[in-house]
Design a protein around this ligand. Structure first.
Ligand code: FES
Length: 241
């Protein structure tokens, strides 16, 4: 049986249950911890590190770190904020995220995170401007790996929800990105109704539905209405994407 665990996030008492992660307990307490690779319905993989917090003074990923009695979690300090800003900046710099021409603009979690964290200018890092493949072979879906942030959400959704194995990682180090298990997209068993293809699964504009471009007017898009994380801080804002 799950027992109650009581701990603090930025000095605020939070009640969770054994077996929960810090992020799960924070969500239930309406405290937002930023995240990109973690999404409701999928097992966490702890890879993006945007959810970095300090637990009793030591850095940890809130999406994988278990909630425990008596721990002191730092989530909203300037040090943590700057770590998250650096991670987001690096993602912008190592891919090709051209928001003004991206179909996902306004519902992109990377872009929304940039706004939420107050990133107003480029970082000290160079833009790598990689040239990565675009797979437009499928009649209904397009894969633009220039925008991949390697969150693995499509990989996990395909494997564990769709019961397929459409996606996988290819490359190593900074060349790592998502790819398809097959000659190209058209030669996989992907279906437009797969969870891996659902709008809420890809946090950026890497997986795009053909024929659906720019379907929401500017001003009414997901993150035009409220900043990312608002639905956790205020459940009344929970809406379909
Ligand atoms: Fe925790 Fe990505 S959300 S590591």
């Amino acid at each position: 049986m799950n027992k109650t665990v009581i701990f603090k996030i930025d000095g605020v008492e939070v009640r969770g249950k054994t077996g929960q992660t810090i992020m799960d307990a924070a969500d239930e307490a309406h405290i937002y911890i930023p995240r990109l690779c973690d999404v409701e319905g999928l097992e966490p993989q702890g890879s993006c590190r945007v959810c970095i917090v300090k637990v009793n003074g030591r850095p940890a990923a809130a999406c994988t770190q278990p909630a425990a009695d008596g721990i002191e979690v730092e989530n909203g300090t300037l040090e943590i904020l700057n770590c998250r800003r650096d991670i987001i900046r690096m993602l912008f710099h190592e891919g090709n995220h051209l928001c003004p021409i991206c179909e996902a603009s306004g519902r992109c979690e990377l872009q929304a995170m940039g706004y939420r964290l107050g990133i107003l200018q480029p970082a000290k890092y160079p833009y790598l401007q990689p040239v990565r493949p675009i797979d437009a072979s499928h009649p209904d879906i397009l894969l633009d790996t220039n925008r991949c942030i390697r969150c693995g959400r499509c990989i996990r959704a395909s494997k564990y929800i769709d019961g397929k194995n459409v996606f996988g990682y290819v490359g190593r180090g900074i060349h790592k990105r998502v790819g398809v298990n097959g000659k190209d997209f058209a030669h996989t068993d992907v279906h437009p109704d797969d969870k891996a293809i659902a709008l809420e699964t890809c946090p950026v504009g890497c997986i795009i539905r053909k024929g659906l471009g720019f379907f929401t007017p500017v001003g009414q898009r997901e993150y035009d209405r409220a900043p990312i994380g608002s639905d956790i801080e205020n459940p009344e804002l929970r809406r379909e994407k």
